[in-house]
Design a protein around this ligand. Structure first.
Ligand SMILES: NC(=O)c1ccc[n+]([C@@H]2O[C@H](COP(=O)([O-])OP(=O)(O)OC[C@H]3O[C@@H](n4cnc5c(N)ncnc54)[C@H](O)[C@@H]3O)[C@@H](O)[C@H]2O)c1
Length: 450
């Protein structure tokens, strides 16, 4: 029986089309609920840097986990300092200087849901200060930063966990198990997609009315960016649209597909090549980032086509295609489940195109004698559906896994080498788009080449 009250049961049912389909309910790993509050010696105390869209969700979820406590928060915008206090609901220190959190001996680890141009600096500072760190996806803003993060984690022996939650999801874990059993045979092609059709989905977030140089420490916020820009409300609110801070569609959205694919297929290196086509067709509001991108990636043994549009709602998901069938996943960041429809990959009738009649008939008779199923022996090939329980939240599992690594010193479920390979795949998509060339990963030089 799982924690959420759904017992494991496999059953067969008949679909509308009359074919047999089996459903399997996936059982989440239960997050142990403490019968009583964890003793202080067993409590993980974290500080959070950045309490924005993602940070507010992570903070709300983390403080409900057993044996986990928020000790302090850091924010550069006063509105979100207020939000941090509202979420925690008891007095905590909220500062504009994250170094104050790193200096505190009573803080074990840091959660860092800051914009991407800050990831490298905060992660390396955390490692130097002896703090484990959960950094949001994509792990890096540039290729070079990834190897520096890996070095810092190793040098200071710190847990670094990247925040794309897919590896902690019971869906991707089941997919990984099934791929290891070769359920699809030779996997040759993966298609993945996502589509949105509103300004909010295209990162057109509303500017808070009180945002000003007084309520926001703009100079610090923009400090790691290459170019100095004076106070700009739009850039703070919609940073994903600008190459100085984010990586557009690849860094915000592809990264979830890529993390799920890399995890499920046990891929630990960047793809070999990438080619991107796309454009900025609709949201011409001064942004750098295109609103449509299709990238074709080449991995050893298979191709991946990844398509995102911010101009049409298309739903989202994946098709993993092999000679033994298709695995279809509904959703990406928090999928509802997936299905496997097997195929036998065999001819089901004689293959004699353009043969003269007599020759074809003789061959066909022989073929049917040898290949037709005997009455009563035909096998049904059912689709199997794997479903997650209602309200399942893989981010909660991901945070839990991080805090467990902090306690046990076991490697995190999504360490910096893994995060780096996914981030490089994102950078390759942008490199190809902005340089109008095929992006090639040079593993020896640790560089993307055109
Ligand atoms: N895993 C997911 O599903 C998921 C979802 C959304 C966002 N994200 C990631 O989370 C990160 C944050 O995204 P967001 O949408 O929450 O951005 P956001 O702009 O809404 O929030 C970021 C906050 O960090 C603060 N900040 C920036 N630099 C800071 C610093 N040096 N010190 C203190 N505060 C600082 C900003 O003031 C802002 O309030 C990004 O890397 C994004 O890709 C992940």
């Amino acid at each position: 029986m799982s924690k959420i009250g759904i017992s494991r049961r496999d059953f067969m049912r008949t679909t509308a089309s009359g074919t047999l389909a089996g459903s399997i309910f996936l059982e989440p790993k239960s997050i142990a609920a403490s019968p009583r509050p964890a003793p202080p010696s067993d409590t993980v105390r974290f500080g959070i840097i950045g309490v924005g869209m993602r940070g507010s969700g992570l903070l709300s979820t983390a403080i409900k986990l057993p044996g986990v406590e928020c000790a302090a928060a850091c924010e550069l915008y006063d509105g979100r300092a207020t939000l941090a206090r509202e979420i925690v609901g008891k007095p905590i220190t909220v500062t504009r200087r994250y170094q104050e959190l790193l200096d505190r001996k009573d803080i074990d680890c840091i959660i860092a849901p800051v914009p991407d141009h800050w990831h490298h600096r905060i992660v390396t500072d955390c490692c130097k200060a002896g703090k484990d760190v959960y950094v949001e996806k994509p792990m890096t803003h540039t290729v070079e930063e990834g190897f520096e993060i890996i070095n810092a984690a190793n040098r200071y022996n710190r847990i670094v966990q990247v925040g794309s939650q897919e590896p902690s999801s019971v869906v991707y874990q089941k997919m990984k198990e099934l791929f290891a059993q070769n359920v699809l045979g030779d996997l040759c092609l993966v298609e993945a997609q996502m589509g949105r059709n509103d300004y909010c989905g295209a990162w057109g977030y509303t500017v808070p009315p009180n945002l000003s140089p007084q309520t926001l420490d703009w100079e610090t916020w923009q400090a790691p960016a290459k170019e100095h820009v004076s106070f700009n409300k739009i850039r703070w609110t919609r940073w994903r649209c600008f190459n100085d801070y984010g990586e557009g569609i690849p860094g915000d959205l592809f990264v979830h597909h890529l993390t799920g694919i890399h995890y499920a297929l046990n891929i630990t290196s960047p793809p070999q090549r990438a080619f991107t086509q796309g454009g900025l067709y609709r949201w011409k509001d001064g942004r750098d980032a295109p609103d449509v991108m299709t990238t074709v990636y080449e991995y050893p043994g298979f191709s991946l086509t990844l398509r995102v549009t911010l101009n049409t709602d298309t739903g989202e998901g994946f098709n993993f295609m092999g000679n033994h069938g298709i695995m279809s996943v509904q959703g990406v960041e928090n999928p509802d489940g997936f299905s496997i429809t097997p195929q036998d990959g065999l001819d089901h009738s004689p293959c004699t195109p353009g043969w003269p009649n007599p020759m074809r008939q003789i061959y066909a008779r022989k073929w049917h004698e040898e290949h037709d199923a005997q009455p009563g022996t035909a096998k049904l090939i059912p689709t199997t559906n794997y479903e997650v329980p209602p309200h399942y939240d893989s981010t909660r599992e991901h945070l839990w896994n991080f805090f467990q690594s902090v306690k046990t010193r076991q490697p995190s479920i999504e360490g910096p080498e893994f995060g780096n390979a996914c981030a490089i795949a994102c950078h390759m998509a942008n490199y190809s788009y902005f340089n109008k060339t095929v992006a090639i990963w040079d593993a020896e030089a640790r560089k993307i080449k055109g």
